[in-house]
Design a protein around this ligand. Sequence first.
Ligand code: FMN
Length: 228
Amino acid sequence: MKSTTKEINGFPFESYRHEEYTTEQMRHRSQEFYQWLNQRRTVRDFSNRPVPVDVINQIILAASTAPSGAHKQPWTFVVVTDAAVKKQIREAAEKEEYDSYHGRMSDEWIEDLKPLQTDWTKEFLETAPYLIVVFKKAYDIRHDGSKRNNYYVNESLGIACGFLLAAIHHAGLVALTHTPSPMNFLTKILKRPENERPFLLIPVGYGADETFVPKLTRKPLSEIVQYI
Ligand SMILES: Cc1cc2nc3c(=O)[nH]c(=O)nc-3n(C[C@H](O)[C@H](O)[C@H](O)COP(=O)(O)O)c2cc1C
């Protein structure tokens, strides 16, 4: 349908209609979407099989459709493919993770991670064909160098990364949401400007030929919802 436009207080608006479904279709679609999303798993064993870069670009475009505070879109997706840079990232991440696993994390945290059997080694940072490093823009910088505020940056980034993970799953690829802590080595290695802070480090690719993931259960609806 052709969209019409109008001005409100001097600002352009366009008419918008979203697709509606019958009740039965809604039931079917929401159930199907849940079942499909419920297949997504975090994978830690990657294949080095190549993935076309245009697929990665489409995935990032999908992430960038996320809502953001005052439509500031306060994100940069840095895609690392260079083997030397990946090696640098792996070495820096493993250094931080070694310290985390050997004293920085609380006993409770270490205990909570046991079912996942993760440790300080991060081979996937070199194996996965792409590392998408998501940076949040704490503020924007105007042409004259002055700062311009962004709003609800963490919330906006969280939603965009959710879209990103769903798009990766939709493309038939796998991802790991990785948070080596602290992550500021990424700003340095990737030479990011001072207004950008690393948010998530997400290796993307195919799973290894034989992939195992922890057998986890997700909370039932009764534990996560309250209707009032
Ligand atoms: C914010 C965040 C940080 C995470 N950090 C790590 C990480 O550093 N290393 C890792 O192996 N998994 C990490 N994960 C993955 C979780 O362990 C995983 O999502 C959880 O165990 C549930 O598994 P599933 O994603 O397969 O459902 C992280 C997930 C989130 C959302």
